[in-house]
Design a binder for this molecule. Structure first.
Ligand SMILES: Cc1cc2nc3c(=O)[nH]c(=O)nc-3n(C[C@H](O)[C@H](O)[C@H](O)COP(=O)(O)OP(=O)(O)OC[C@H]3O[C@@H](n4cnc5c(N)ncnc54)[C@H](O)[C@@H]3O)c2cc1C
Length: 407
């Protein structure tokens, strides 16, 4: 006999767990299936020491893509206070981290455990190592192949994005949604480091700086591709929060002359930086320029810029030519780097692309093409800044689908 459920949720990441426990809480028989041995999906791997679930700067402007307003209903219905309240009510207190606006549980594991406990006490079944290979719609529901055959009146697709294939990501969600008639926008790596053609940045590996970044293509600034935040130089490329936030625009534009403009003095007017340089150099005319520049830039970066301006090692400030001072000022505020790519899907913390938004209702996450089908979380064609925004949307969309399924 086939195992039958009212609702089958495919994927046990944040969106799938929240969808499953919400639907089961409304009295439906629910199974959440995940192909991995553990649940929690990509959230289990969130980095920089903090597993953010939302952000103090939560706002629509932090979402990007073809229709960023798509997220607004779900986020209004399950806003930051409601999200904090849900975790608080399940014994996990979220706290504001003192960086990047992150709002985090004491550990990601505690947040996932709270979701799993809530799922289990709602009566839903959680099946791991259960890889869904096909979903066939029928006259009164769906037949799901996952090693065994299952049936459900409704299916919630929550398979996440195609980044990190080595950790459970991949094209499965796109393939399953595509076989059901949905169109998926192509995926590109996001929240990922970028590579540049110049070799000097690799010599600064380990240096963190606050910067303003802007991407341009063939000399024209790209829309929605400017940001201010931290950047880390590594041997493989540039990474860090600010780089993550512009990275989603790199792959779609490769081959068209992608350039990264870096301002190493974010938040300062050009004239103020010029005056600062003038004053620092004016007070240190007899000092070696590589020591004087240390008052304006980290010494390692200052040394690179002095070398670019062909300043001889040990040359005193008063020996600098006006052309060299202007060259330094330009590099401090307007360094241009040739972007050659990203560190790829295996390194990307998120991705763009996914199920086309106009095929899904933004209030209920019900498919407009397939009766009884719902699509939630990162499988949808939305993208957001780094810092907990996608996690919040994943939970909010899962909840909205769980509330409306079989209504
Ligand atoms: C290191 C890291 C840091 C991140 N940092 C941020 C951040 O700061 N800000 C931000 O907004 N986002 C960030 N993200 C992204 C964010 O975590 C995800 O967008 C979000 O958790 C997606 O949740 P989801 O439930 O939609 O999908 P996922 O978490 O991807 O879950 C999908 C689940 O579906 C399962 N699955 C897939 N296919 C099948 C199948 N065929 N059968 C059964 N199960 C299947 C997978 O095993 C997985 O468990 C980060 C991600 C990582 C990895």
């Amino acid at each position: 006999m086939l195992a039958s459920f009212d609702v089958i949720v495919v994927g046990g990441g944040l969106s799938g767990l929240m969808a499953g426990l919400t639907a089961a809480g409304r009295g439906h028989s629910v199974a959440v299936l995940d192909r991995n041995a553990g649940v929690g999906g990509k959230y289990c791997y969130t980095s920089m020491g903090a597993a953010a679930l939302t952000n103090t700067g939560m706002d629509l402007s932090r979402f990007h893509g073809r229709d960023a307003r798509f997220v607004s209903d779900a986020l209004r219905e399950f806003d930051a206070p409601a999200l904090r309240g849900w975790f608080d009510g399940h014994g996990v207190q979220l706290a504001d981290a003192d960086y990047y606006g992150l709002v985090c549980p004491p550990s990601g594991g505690e947040a996932v455990s709270a979701l799993v406990e809530a799922l289990e006490s709602s009566g839903a079944e959680l099946r791991t190592e259960c890889n869904v290979t096909s979903i066939e719609p029928g006259s009164d529901g769906f037949r799901i192949e996952a090693g065994e055959s299952l049936t459900a009146r409704s299916v919630i697709l929550a398979t996440g994005g195609s980044n990190l294939p080595q950790l459970g990501g991949g094209e499965d969600g796109y393939r399953l949604a595509g076989a059901l008639g949905h169109h998926c926008e192509p995926a590109h790596a996001a929240h990922v480091g970028v590579t540049v053609g110049e070799s000097w940045p690799t010599t600064l590996a380990g240096l963190w700086m606050d910067v303003e970044l802007n991407l341009s293509v063939a000399g024209k600034p790209l829309k929605d591709a400017g940001t201010t935040g931290s950047m880390l130089f590594t041997r493989a490329g540039l990474t860090g929060e600010a780089v993550f936030n512009i990275s989603r625009q790199v792959e779609p534009n490769l081959g068209r002359g992608v350039e990264l403009q870096v301002n190493f003095h974010p938040g300062m007017e050009f004239d103020d930086v010029a005056q600062w340089l003038h004053r620092v150099f004016g007070e240190r005319t007899r000092e070696p320029s590589d020591r004087a520049i240390d008052f304006i830039l980290p010494a390692s970066l200052g040394g690179v810029f002095l070398a670019h301006q062909k300043v001889k090692p040990g040359a005193r400030v008063m020996q600098l030519h006006e052309r060299q001072r202007q060259g330094l000022l330009k590099e401090m505020t307007d360094t241009r780097l040739t972007v050659t790519g990203t560190l790829g899907m295996r390194a990307a913390e998120s991705c763009t692309g996914g199920v086309q938004l106009r095929q899904v209702d933004p209030r209920t996450f019900r498919s407009k093409l397939v009766p009884g089908l719902y699509v939630v979380g990162r499988l949808l064609d939305i993208s957001a800044d780094w810092g907990g925004f996608e996690q919040h949307f994943s939970l909010a969309s899962g909840r909205a689908a769980g509330l409306s399924v079989l209504q």
